[in-house]
Structures are given as C-alpha cells and as structure tokens.
Design a protein around this ligand. Structure first.
Ligand code: MN
Length: 291
C-alpha cells in the first residue's frame, strides 16, 4: 500500500438527540461501498443516565442486511417476523431485509432503569441482485458461537463471513468478511489479500496500517492484492471488513437499498400506506421522510 492507492475516510458526526452520537463512515464520497458494505455507523460511546435509553421506533428496510455488533451495552431488537432479541457485546445480529421487514431497536428495560454505556457498530450489507427479494430473516449468533483466534497481542473475532481460515455461522449471500480485533499494546497482525475490496476502521485508538498512521475514528481503504500489517501501538479496538465487489451500483434512499429506483419508490409507497406489516408489541413507527 502507498499513499496513492490508500484512501482515508473521516466520518461525519450526527447527534440523533439526547447526546446519542453516530459517526457515519459509509457511504462516503471517497468510497460508496467496500465489497457489499454500503453503510457504516459507529455509535457512541455514549453514557445513558438511569431512566433514559435509545429508542429507534419501527421502520422498514428492503434489499439489504443489517449487522449489529456491540462493544458495550445492550439493545433490544423486535421485528415484524415476531423476533424479540437482546444483543450484548460480542454477539452479532444479522437481519436480512430482502423483500421487506420492519424492526425497532430500543434499550432493554433493565438497562434503561440502571443507565448504561452503549458503544457499537451498525452496518448495512447490500444483498446481491439475485437475493434482493428473498424472504426476510433474523438471526442472532451469541459471542460464544463466533470463531476467534489469538495472535501476537491481538484477539480476532470473525463476526461475518470467511477470513484467516475461519468461517462464521451467519448465513450470507456473497463472499465477505467482518473481523473485530482487540489489541494489546503493540499487538500486530497481517490481513491477507483474500478479498478485492477491504477497509480497516480504528474504533478507539490510533493504528499503524502498513507503516502509515491511521488515527482513531478514521477508516482506511486497502489496496487490492497486498497483505497489510496492522499494529496498535497503544492497544484498542479495530474492525476490518470487505468482500468481492458489489454486482453493480445500488440506490440508497432512507432505509431502502435496491438496484432498482422503481423498487425503492414502491417501498416508499408501501411504507406510507402501512403495507409492510406490524412489529408485535409496538404501536409507534417512524413516518416516511420527504425525499
Ligand atoms: Mn434499521
């Protein structure tokens, strides 16, 4: 990797209210997607006082899978399939929206009462064109079910896909990987050139990526075809992800992803007419925003 073929991505901060800060890294003008990864939000860390919590009211998705992974705290997921699932640090929630699903994400009752620190990553993966209209599914994989390896001061957990000879249990639709790395001071590993498109995000500490500094809260895209050494001089967390190039461009509109603009328009009309289905236990919902 050299400066000419690496790109650095700085997130844009959104305050979603109540001090709940999300840092959006993808999509970015320098990288619309990396493999099938079309959307990358780093949420928190945010400290929620007793009696307060996160409340993302029911809203729809099509054409993508959402992937939630937490470093701290807990979130309760509910969806129109009837799923009710708390996610905690190290677990993965994978929700295939396919032809349509509705979900909510809220702070669980106990954590709302006690207050909590919440810190995690929310990613959208575009489904390949052949799977854009599959039936929706929700899968929770607890931390103990995800493969991990330890190397030279770094613990690597494979959240999704295949990498480093590991295979994650999440059902996916195209070649990809998503690794969570926890470094001790000076920890180091080499990410092999398994996938054409890859990126590394420095979650909470400065990294050195192939000899070049990558400051905390920044992302670097990695050149195709090269093994890349990643070092964390002071320790900390990083995530690494990527995959085969997406099979064509996608339209992103609100919570909808599709290769077809007409399909997105249909989804907007379906949500406006409340044709997506209900989330059991929920009465609220987020209204369709103006275009
Ligand atoms: Mn959502």
């Amino acid at each position: 990797m050299s400066r000419s073929d690496s790109r650095f991505i700085e997130g844009r901060v959104h305050d979603l209210g109540d001090g709940f800060v999300v840092r959006r890294l993808l999509p970015h003008i320098e990288a619309r997607h990396i493999g099938p990864f079309v959307f990358f939000d780093h949420m928190g860390p945010v400290t929620m006082a007793p009696g307060t919590g996160m409340d993302v009211r029911p809203h729809p998705h099509i054409g993508l899978a959402t992937v939630t992974y937490l470093f701290e705290g807990a979130i309760r997921h509910r969806d129109s399939l009837g799923s009710v699932q708390d996610i905690r640090p190290g677990d993965v929630n994978w929700m295939t929206a396919g032809r349509g699903i509705v979900h909510s994400e809220r702070t669980p009752d106990a954590e709302r009462a006690s207050g909590q620190k919440l810190h995690g990553i929310q990613i959208w993966v575009a489904l390949p064109r052949s799977a854009e209209e599959v039936a929706p599914e929700f899968h929770h994989h607890p931390v103990a079910s995800l493969p991990t390896i330890e190397r030279d001061g770094v613990r690597l957990r494979l959240v999704v896909g295949d990498a480093l000879g590991l295979h994650a249990p999440v059902r996916i639709f195209a070649p990809m990987f998503y690794l969570a790395a926890e470094f001790s001071a000076g920890g180091r590993f080499v990410l092999p050139a398994e996938y054409a498109e890859r990126a590394v995000y420095a979650v909470d500490a400065d990294l050195v990526v192939d000899g070049e500094p990558l400051a905390a809260l920044r992302m670097a895209t990695l050149a195709t075809g090269s093994d890349v050494a990643i070092v964390a001089p002071d320790g900390g967390h990083a995530v690494l992800f990527g995959g085969a190039p997406l099979d064509g461009e996608r339209h992103l509109n609100w919570n909808f992803v599709s290769s077809s603009r007409e399909r997105i328009e249909q989804a907007r009309q379906d949500w406006a007419a409340q044709r997506f289905g209900q989330v059991p236990g929920e009465t609220e919902f987020i209204s369709l925003p103006a275009k």
